[in-house]
Ligand binder design. Structure first.
Ligand SMILES: Cc1cc2nc3c(=O)[nH]c(=O)nc-3n(C[C@H](O)[C@H](O)[C@H](O)COP(=O)(O)O)c2cc1C
Length: 203
């Protein structure tokens, strides 16, 4: 599969950039996926502005991000949490992407990761991030990996100090990639499921 990874933080020392680099290295090590890892800084974009959209169209950075998402079979994102919610960087990118037709996120398999100096590893922010993805028809994997106390979690080579972190992340990514590689989504088989239920209740 083609796997696209990014962390919507612009900060050079971003913990989420560290997490996404480790995730990309792991996916690459599986040797049966094409890995595309990008810095979010490669996709500069203004705040969504309807007037700008009308006068100048969709910004170049948004089109570039859209292309990466379109060509990916699955997307892995490590996102910061801001004020218990989705950071403006990611929400703004999603809002711009949603102006494209077709929306590149529709029916895309997405895995959310996170990192935060706090004790919850950004989990609250990523619960909120599920909503716009869901509204746009993406499938967000139910499991989540977050690095709590991120300021203490990495060594001088930007690897996890605690080997259990890599074990947990690898296990999650393995499960996600296996799930995302299935030809049909769970929703494609819902009618089949309901038909089976109907047949059984008639017995
Ligand atoms: C505006 C703002 C709001 C934040 N809110 C939260 C928060 O609600 N929960 C949390 O765990 N960390 C919060 N933080 C701390 C971030 O987790 C921290 O800055 C983290 O390093 C951001 O991710 P990054 O390292 O990938 O840039 C906030 C930081 C900023 C700048």
């Amino acid at each position: 599969m083609n796997i696209f990874l990014f962390a919507p933080s612009l900060r050079r020392g971003s913990y989420n950039k560290k997490v996404i680099r480790i995730a990309a290295q792991f996916v690459e090590s599986l040797q049966n996926h094409q890995v595309e890892l990008c810095e979010f800084n490669e996709f500069p974009m203004p705040m969504y502005d309807g007037d700008l959209e009308v006068s100048q169209g969709i910004p170049e950075g948004v089109l570039k991000l859209a292309k990466k998402i379109e060509t990916a079979d699955a997307v892995i994102i490590s996102s910061p949490e801001y004020n218990g919610s989705i950071p403006g960087t990611l929400k703004n990118a999603i809002d711009w992407l949603s102006r494209l037709d077709p929306v590149p996120l529709a029916r895309k398999q997405i895995c959310l990761l996170g990192a935060s100096p706090g004790n919850l590893g950004g989990v609250r922010g990523n619960i909120h991030a599920r909503v716009p993805f869901h509204i746009l028809g993406a499938f967000v994997y139910p499991d989540y990996f977050g690095v709590a106390r991120a300021h203490e979690a990495f060594d001088e080579n930007d690897k996890f100090k605690d080997p259990k972190q890599l074990e947990r992340l690898s296990a999650l990514l393995t499960d996600f990639l296996q799930f995302a590689s299935r030809k049909e989504t769970p929703f494609d088989r819902l009618n089949e499921f309901f038909d089976e239920q109907k047949d059984q209740t008639h017995l």
